[in-house]
Design a protein around this ligand. Structure first.
Ligand SMILES: Cc1cc2nc3c(=O)[nH]c(=O)nc-3n(C[C@H](O)[C@H](O)[C@H](O)COP(=O)(O)OP(=O)(O)OC[C@H]3O[C@@H](n4cnc5c(N)ncnc54)[C@H](O)[C@@H]3O)c2cc1C
Length: 468
């Protein structure tokens, strides 16, 4: 098989690695215009901030590719001739394939604002953006970042670490309010302001004004306020890279349309990662998923299909993690800003205002037989919890009371992260005096897992059940 992969991001490279294992005789070629080698896009901010060099962000040594017979081509694919099974490259070259994987990722989305083409105005997605930002922020006194997602807060932090004043325009009333419940959104907002960022919630950009040299000098908000800025970061989201597929016959909508096997409308052509739009998204999943970990799973899954072992997408429990300045955030399962009918929430926040745990549950019996509730999701702010523990609790529908009593088992690193389990149990007991729980925390997670395998730990678990 002659496999060509467009894109050397996490989806394309994970597919290449898995194909190499599944089909040792496959010829694999990866084409990308951005970089010679795969690097961790999520670490871009740390290069700018001086915590890492570009080389540190490469998960594999440069010799890995030759050793694994994965050919790398640095070029841009301008068009795909699916009839002849040939790619047309910007350099003028052509590449033929038996199987094609499109893993072309995304690019920053712009909204058509007046002035968005001025110098010193940009989004942040790849190495080119980083180079531009590095060059265009020299000597900048004040910057404006527009759009309150994960990349926006990263850009604000990047600029801040270089001593540049930042005004951060966020349309929503609390930070990331389409994802975070109010308390967590307010916590992130406080954290952003604590670092000296001028966070303007409920504020929208109207236009960007330029100077005589075609460079940004100020922004104007829809309320009419003018804010001086020599650099403007536009971070309102990303959009799949599909323009080069025009005329190829491969069906696209917002992204490349795929079925659950990552097959496109053209036989022998597959797609994975950020650029994909699922025709029939799985329950509770988005049609376009633009996350690192879903890209990894897409890549591994499509590799099986490419190698003739058709495998359907089964991403398991939703999870994600991020960092908002000093607050680490993890989420597992289903936590939405607004509760659905039949859902409840337990929220604990430390008085310091930078640590919190929210556990959402469905009313009904837990998987462990305890009455009242089964947990469906968690948000952890400013603490680190173990993914493996939460995945089991949610997958097995542990009861809220059980989880609260055993929260110590989820504490990632009790030596470095304060254990607040006693406070959390006390808060739970104040809210649920009818069903007080006792802290069962003196147990490392390994013991918890192995005890769990025996099907019995703690006092509130019926013997023989799968849960602790
Ligand atoms: C600053 C930043 C921070 C992020 N942080 C997080 C995070 O904390 N958690 C998280 O889950 N996700 C995060 N993401 C998102 C995550 O990085 C992406 O979801 C993921 O990298 C997408 O992987 P991919 O393999 O689909 O595509 P990409 O990584 O985008 O790779 C696609 C590659 O294909 C190349 N390409 C595109 N078209 C062509 C063409 N026609 N010819 C040749 N090459 C082409 C592109 O240049 C690119 O190099 C972040 C993204 C950014 C930008």
């Amino acid at each position: 098989m002659d496999l060509v992969i467009i894109g050397n991001g996490v989806a394309g490279i994970n597919a290449a690695r898995h194909v190499r294992i599944l089909d040792p005789s496959a010829r694999i070629t990866v084409v990308s215009d951005e970089s010679d080698h795969f690097y961790s896009r999520t670490a871009l901010m740390y290069i700018y901030m001086g915590h890492m060099t570009y080389d540190h962000t490469k998960p594999y040594e440069d010799r890995f590719w030759a050793e694994n017979r994965i050919g790398l081509v640095r070029d841009f694919v301008e068009g795909v001739d699916t009839g002849a099974k040939v790619l047309n490259l910007r350099s003028g070259g052509r590449l033929s394939y038996d199987a094609l994987l499109i893993a072309a990722g995304s690019r920053p989305r712009f909204a058509g604002w007046p002035g968005e083409d001025l110098g010193g105005v940009q989004g942040l997605y790849g190495l080119g953006d980083l180079d531009r930002m590095t060059a265009d922020t020299v000597g900048v006194r004040h910057a404006v970042v527009v759009g309150g997602g994960l990349i926006g807060v990263e850009m604000a932090e990047m600029l801040h670490t270089r001593g540049i004043g930042v005004t951060f325009l966020v349309r929503e009333a609390t930070y990331m309010n389409r994802i975070l419940p109010t308390e967590e959104g307010e916590m992130v907002g406080r954290e952003i302001r604590r670092h000296g960022i001028d966070l303007r919630l409920g504020t929208e950009l109207k236009e960007i004004l330029g100077d005589a040299h075609g460079r940004a000098r100020a922004v104007v908000t829809t309320a009419g306020e003018e804010i001086a800025a020599q650099f403007v970061g536009l971070t309102i989201g990303v959009t799949p890279n599909i323009g080069f597929l025009d005329g190829s016959g491969i069906e696209t909508d917002r992204g490349v349309l795929v079925n659950e096997y990552f097959e496109t409308s053209v036989p022998g052509v597959f797609a994975a990662g950020d650029c994909v739009q699922h025709r029939n998204p799985l329950p509770e999943r988005k049609a376009v998923e633009q996350l690192w970990y879903t890209g990894r799973i897409h890549g591994a899954t499509v590799a099986h299909t490419i190698c003739g072992r058709r495998r359907a997408y089964a991403p398991g429990l939703f999870f994600n993690s991020a960092k908002f300045f000093d607050i680490e955030y993890q989420t597992y399962g289903r936590i939405e800003p607004t509760l659905r009918a039949g859902e409840g929430t337990f929220y604990w926040e430390h008085p310091d205002g930078v640590q919190a745990v929210r556990i959402n549950y469905e009313e009904g019996a837990g998987g462990d037989g305890a009455a009242g509730s089964r947990v469906i999701g968690v948000n952890v702010m400013g603490l680190r919890h173990r993914q493996v523990v939460w995945e089991r609790w949610i997958a097995e529908g542990a009861s809220l009371s059980h989880v609260v009593a055993h929260l110590g088992a989820a504490n990632f690193d009790p030596e470095f992260f304060d254990q607040h389990e006693a406070d959390i149990v006390a808060a739970y007991n104040r809210q649920h005096p009818e069903e007080p729980v006792r802290l069962e925390q003196k147990k490392g997670w390994r013991r918890w897992m192995s005890a769990d395998r025996r099907g019995l730990t703690g006092t509130d678990i019926p013997p023989g059940r799968a849960l602790p």
